[in-house]
Design a protein around this ligand. Structure first.
Ligand code: PLP
Length: 497
């Protein structure tokens, strides 16, 4: 049976999975969601034996029902190959009373690789299925990691161009260098004088601009998105929650049906939403623990039922979570309205006009699967410092935010259920913050790449290829603009002025 996707803002806009992937965002500015979450319906003893690729097929085939078996398997095999530095793809390591699910073994050493390795293949397949003749322009806003992972995925992919906007002063030095050294004739990277929310808002505006869409069509182009608003990113992210559960069971760490918690360092709410979908598919998950940094708009939302972005945007040491408008939350809001597009639409309008909305008591009651908290900058440093001192394991800043929230959760609830902390980036991507947490006095004066070598020495891991290759790479992208100029830049790149 074919699974249909509908817009969160208009019940009449319905598309297939491949069309949802191609479009990225619905015409009305809403997000595509499956009309219902399919059951996984695979026995755990069978799941336990599956490779990552097999698990990916079991999960994704339930969602992308208009892809043939051959098409989907080709996409999976092309994505999860030797670009990852381990056959397990997403290894689980046990450290200090928790499991860390390491999602940073792909080509850009952040969890965005888990979905962005496969998205280009899904998109090209979807274009073929739908007889798309236009060139596809991937338009993306990034808080640091999506940009590079999308660039790596789409560089020199026939029939595509990719344009990435990032906050010029809001990413780590390694993140910036990874992006501005990207090769490929079809890649464009632009820094904006503004924060991630401004970049994301600018991109969303272009997506729903009818006049621009006409100009694009005339020029032989159409937009798609590599942001986590694209269902083609969300679905591949469900896979590793299923895989992690099955691996814990296979290793005898949990018994059949035992419920576990996941702690997810959260920004745009894509990663944790995928965990929620895994739970809905039937994976025994108890709590979904949503970890924020000092931009704690989600923590406030889960505690009060009021989403309010009217506050200072803080630049933290976990820049990929510096977000005040968590786009994917809209999919959860839609779900707690009982798939009521009009009600959701009103809340989202209120968000765009007043910067806030409040959910009803009845809606709030349906959020009991979630627990939200946050970790301050000081606490994040301490988490990295202490865990390194105690075990030698080095966390990146985002994962440290999650570990900090998990400690608060344990303290508050005394819940001793087995818990997986989702580890979203390699510490090598945020070397300066990580090393300063370990010993500020000693490392403050070193250069970025001296720190990289020092981190390699003290964590007893070799420098990842992703970092090694940018050490002496040439800068290819130097454009910087104001957020109001984003549309003009895009038109100029595409020569549709
Ligand atoms: C993107 C990102 C996050 C946040 O994930 P969301 O899906 O946006 O919530 C957390 N950590 C790292 C390292 C990231 O790159």
């Amino acid at each position: 049976m074919e699974l249909i996707y509908e817009s969160t803002r208009n019940a009449d806009e319905k598309v297939t999975a491949s069309q949802a992937i191609l479009k990225g965002l619905a015409n009305d500015g809403g997000l595509f969601v499956p009309s219902k979450i399919p059951a996984l319906a695979v026995d755990i003893d069978e799941l336990a034996k599956m490779t990552y690729q097999e698990t990916a097929y079991a999960v994704m085939s339930k969602f992308l029902t208009d892809f043939t078996e051959e098409e989907l398997k080709n996409c999976i095999d092309a994505a999860y190959d030797s670009k990852f530095d381990t056959k397990e793809i997403a290894p689980l390591v046990s450290v200090d009373n928790a499991y860390y699910l390491e999602l940073f073994h792909g080509s850009t050493i952040a969890f965005k690789d888990m979905a962005l390795s496969i998205l280009p293949h899904l998109l090209i397949t979807a274009a073929r299925k739908n007889q798309v003749k236009n060139e596809i322009v991937i338009l993306t806003a990034t808080s640091g990691d999506t940009g590079k992972a999308a660039l790596a995925g789409f560089a020199d992919v026939e029939g595509t161009k990719i344009i990435v906007f990032y906050p010029k002063h809001g990413v780590s030095p390694i993140q910036e260098k990874q992006m501005v050294t990207q090769k490929g004739k079809n890649t464009f990277v632009i820094g904006i004088n503004g924060n991630f929310d401004e970049a994301q808002t600018g991109v969303k505006k272009m997506f729903s601009d009818k006049k621009l869409a006409e100009m694009m069509e005339e020029g032989g182009y159409q937009f798609s998105s590599a942001n986590s608003i694209n269902i083609g990113r969300l679905v591949p992210q469900i896979v590793y929650y299923v895989y992690a559960y099955a691996k814990l069971y296979a290793k005898g760490e949990i018994s059949k049906g035992e419920k576990i918690n996941f702690v997810v360092p959260t920004g745009n709410f894509g990663n944790i939403l995928a965990a929620f979908y895994a739970k809905q598919m039937g994976i025994p998950i108890a709590k979904l623990i949503c970890a924020s940094n000092e931009n704690k708009v989600l923590y406030d939302f889960f505690s009060t039922g009021i989403y309010d972005k009217n506050r200072e945007f803080l630049l933290t040491s976990s820049p990929s979570m510096d977000i005040l408008i968590s786009s994917n939350l809209e999919r959860l809001i839609y779900w707690i309205t009982g798939n009521h597009a009009k009600q959701n639409s009103e809340l989202m309008q209120s968000l765009s006009k007043e910067g806030k909305y409040e959910i009803t008591k009845k809606m709030k009651e349906q959020l009991s699967d979630f627990y939200g908290n946050y970790t301050t900058e000081k606490q994040t440093e301490q988490v990295i410092h202490k865990l390194y001192q105690k075990t030698g394991y080095v966390l990146d800043t985002h994962t440290a935010v999650a570990a900090g929230v998990y400690a608060k959760y344990r303290e508050e609830t005394r819940d001793t259920a087995k818990t997986v902390i989702v580890s979203t980036a390699s510490p090598f991507k945020f070397t300066r913050s990580v090393m300063n947490s370990i010993d500020k006095e000693k490392y403050d004066s070193m250069t970025d790449f001296e720190l990289v070598d020092e981190l390699s020495r003290l964590s007893k891991t070799s420098v990842p290829a992703a970092v090694e290759e940018i050490r002496n790479a040439e800068i290819c992208h130097k454009t910087v603009c104001d957020s109001e100029e984003m549309e003009d830049i895009v038109k100029k790149i595409l020569n549709i002025v």
